[in-house]
Design a protein around this ligand. Structure first.
Ligand code: HXC
Length: 292
């Protein structure tokens, strides 16, 4: 389904699309024939990205809007301006804020700094688009970038985990409320996908990703940006228009590995397993002998 005209005639907004995973998704969508709109707080970064992507895909267009999605009035104004240039067909809620901290050290302002972007900002953008799609009877697809913590919670990133869990519930709620208007909402829950912006705040001790994830991830590695971009293109596409209200993990199985009582045994060698088998067989034989 990833043919070069998959998104021909479509126009998608990616919040926080100037850098990191947002930029990678933009590249993938435009490469598949879409026009892009990106927004973020740093105008020069957005413009540089737009120039780079348009140079890579001649004939395609990428528009930029400088906005802080925490400000509801600014979001409404931006979405109005975007629509004046043509309606959107899809939205990726990618903009986020996060930092590692012990929760006891967070001030109310620190909590708000994250929640106002992830929970409030995501809602402002989604609803500003949604009401226009409903009024115009226009079909659309929304993808929100979450994390696997929406199912498990996570220590040291509580404002982000709480806010993203809220967006997961928004996804399910609006999938039902807006499904009859032809608007579907899904979410992607990535595991570790190192990007400069996120890792500056989430890996402050600069631990090696290889060391951190070799034993803790079934696939022994972090995610590749292109894998996330492919998932986003798949979900955004009309080819899968019956997928609605799903939150899909892309984490190499890391999120469920922690739940397995015996996941630590992934590190055992063949020799360990031979000894385990011998020991269990010996126990079984001695039990049998006792019974006879
Ligand atoms: C405790 C902290 C803190 C820290 C800031 N604060 N950093 N408290 N520990 N490390 C407090 C401040 O003291 C202040 O509270 C309040 O937070 C607001 O701080 P500001 O610097 O004024 O905030 P602001 O300029 O709004 O920026 C905060 C931010 C910033 C939005 C979170 O980090 C940012 O711009 N991030 C954008 C990019 C980003 O974070 N990307 C990562 C997304 S990764 P007081 O009370 O002192 O005034 C992600 C999930 C990844 O979302 C999943 C991977 C598995």
């Amino acid at each position: 389904m990833f043919r070069s005209d998959l998104f021909q005639g479509k126009r998608f907004l990616i919040t926080g699309g100037g850098t990191g995973l947002g930029k990678i998704m933009l590249d993938r969508f435009v490469g598949l024939g879409a026009d892009g709109v990106i927004c973020g707080r740093r105008g020069t970064v957005l413009e540089e990205t737009a120039r780079e992507i348009m140079a890579r895909y001649p004939g395609r267009r990428v528009d930029c809007f400088t906005v802080d999605i925490r400000v509801a009035t600014a979001v409404e104004e931006m979405i109005g301006e975007i629509w004046a240039g043509g309606p959107l067909d899809g939205l990726v809620n990618n903009a986020a804020g996060n930092f590692i901290s012990q929760t006891k050290d967070l001030s109310p302002r620190a909590f708000d700094a994250i929640a106002n972007i992830v929970l409030h900002g995501t809602f402002y953008v989604t609803n500003a688009c949604g009401k226009r799609w409903i009024a115009e009877q226009r079909q659309a697809s929304v993808i929100s970038i979450l994390t696997t913590w929406v199912w498990t919670g996570s220590p040291f990133v509580v404002p982000s985990a709480m806010s993203k869990a809220g967006v997961a519930v928004m996804t399910q709620s609006l999938a039902v409320e807006w499904g009859r208007h032809g608007i579907r909402l899904n979410a992607i829950a990535p595991g570790p996908f190192p990007t400069e912006g996120a890792w500056a705040r989430l890996n402050p001790m600069k631990e090696s990703d290889e060391d951190r994830y070799r034993a803790r991830n079934p696939m022994g590695r972090v995610g590749r940006p292109s894998e996330l971009a492919n998932m986003a293109a798949f979900l955004m596409s009309d080819e899968v228009a019956y997928i609605n209200g799903e939150v899909i993990a892309i984490d190499g199985g890391m999120g469920i590995m922690g739940n397995g009582t015996f996941s630590n045994m992934m590190a055992y060698s063949e020799d360990d397993w031979r000894r385990i088998r011998e020991q269990i067989q010996a126990t079984n034989a001695s039990d049998k002998a006792k019974r006879s």
